[in-house]
Design a protein around this ligand. Structure first.
Ligand code: ADE
Ligand code: ZN
Length: 339
């Protein structure tokens, strides 16, 4: 282990993958103002400081209201391109080698923006980022669970012509009252079309939603999954099947999923043998990108450099890279540790 480094410096340098990032959640206020001006759009805020001041959330819904308001500024293909490029540049600067990015088409198509505008902008940016920043990517299209299954089905139909650009479908937005069981058919259809599947579950919702996501939606990863730990049998299944959890510490703190990071279940998850990863969720809203998430949880739970190494290794194992790519990137984690 790199003895001369502080754990924080070890975190900054270690190669890692990010598997839970909503591109609309990386929309920094500075970029919001720039794009709003270009689009001659109005915002109810007068300054960047005023926007940041508004980012005090009581729960998930409270956050979602302001997150959808911010995303409403995105209009043209270049807006999606610029948003995605800004995130990828930042992620690469934090030694993210690979990122699996969520996008929420319904947030935009519901306002009359074409599906093609959204996907062309994001896809253009991820394609260029490979060469510009040396970062590899996959795209995950999320269905907004509060809009119901028929809207999700329509969105899936719109995505089919872009099948080669999108690796998986996901499920996000207001969790409680919108269980995975409502989305059985659209996930079955998506899997038939060749998409992999993930779902947010057990963030605010109960362990039962995690079970439903596994059994009914046949997901290969659970996003968040905090509350799985309340159910021993479910936890055992997740461990046995090596189903990854994409955990987001600063998000959990800001959305009051935990009252203090010291109460976060991540250490217990690791001790139970769960395939845990650390991610930023919505970095522009929750006060940190991936390295700040690793640092905050490391400090709160007294994690060691060995734990950080484990989390970074997990991030590649849990990714949708092929086995060769996983082996190559994972070897870079070992090289870093042993150098
Ligand atoms: N959309 C963006 N961030 C989310 C989160 N943390 N939970 C559910 N939906 C989201
Ligand atoms: Zn999320």
């Amino acid at each position: 282990m790199k003895k001369e480094l502080t754990v924080d410096d070890f975190i900054k340098g270690i190669p890692k993958a990010e598997l839970h990032i909503h591109i609309e959640g990386s929309f920094e206020p500075e970029l919001m103002f720039k794009i709003a001006e270009r689009n001659k759009a109005r915002t109810r805020f007068k300054s960047v400081e005023e926007v940041r001041e508004a980012y005090k959330f009581c729960n998930l819904q409270d956050f979602l209201d302001i997150y959808y308001e911010g995303a409403g500024i995105l209009t043209g293909e270049e807006d999606f391109y610029e948003l995605t490029t800004a995130y990828l540049e930042k992620a690469a600067s934090q030694n993210v080698l690979h990122s699996e990015i969520f996008f929420d088409p319904q947030t935009h198509t519901g306002r009359g923006i074409g599906f093609s505008t959204v996907i062309d902008g994001i896809h253009g940016a991820v394609t260029d980022a490979g060469g510009k920043f040396g970062i590899s990517t996959r795209l995950i299209m999320c269905f907004l669970r509060d809009l119901g299954e028929s809207s999700a089905m329509k969105t899936l139909e719109e995505a089919l012509p872009y099948r080669d650009r999108i690796t998986a479908v996901g499920l996000d937005s207001a969790e409680v009252g919108n269980p995975p069981s409502k989305f059985r058919e659209v996930f079955a259809r998506a899997r038939e079309a060749g998409f992999l599947a993930v779902a947010h579950a057990g963030e605010e919702g109960p362990a039962q939603y995690v079970r439903e996501a596994l059994q009914l939606l046949k997901v290969s990863r659970i996003d968040h999954g905090n509350r799985c730990i309340e159910d021993d049998e479910l936890t055992e299944e997740l461990v046995r099947r090596r189903i990854p959890l994409t955990v987001c510490p600063l998000s959990n703190l800001r959305l009051k999923v935990v009252n203090r990071l010291e109460d976060h279940p991540l250490r217990r998850m690791l001790e139970r043998g769960l395939l845990v990863t650390v991610n930023s969720d919505d970095p522009a809203y929750f006060g940190g990108y991936i390295n700040e998430n690793y640092s905050a949880i490391t400090r709160a739970l007294n994690l060691t450099a060995e734990d950080v190494y484990k989390l970074a290794k997990n991030s590649f194992e849990a990714s949708f890279l092929n086995e060769g790519e996983k082996a190559e990137m994972s070897a870079r984690v070992d090289e870093y540790k042993n150098s």
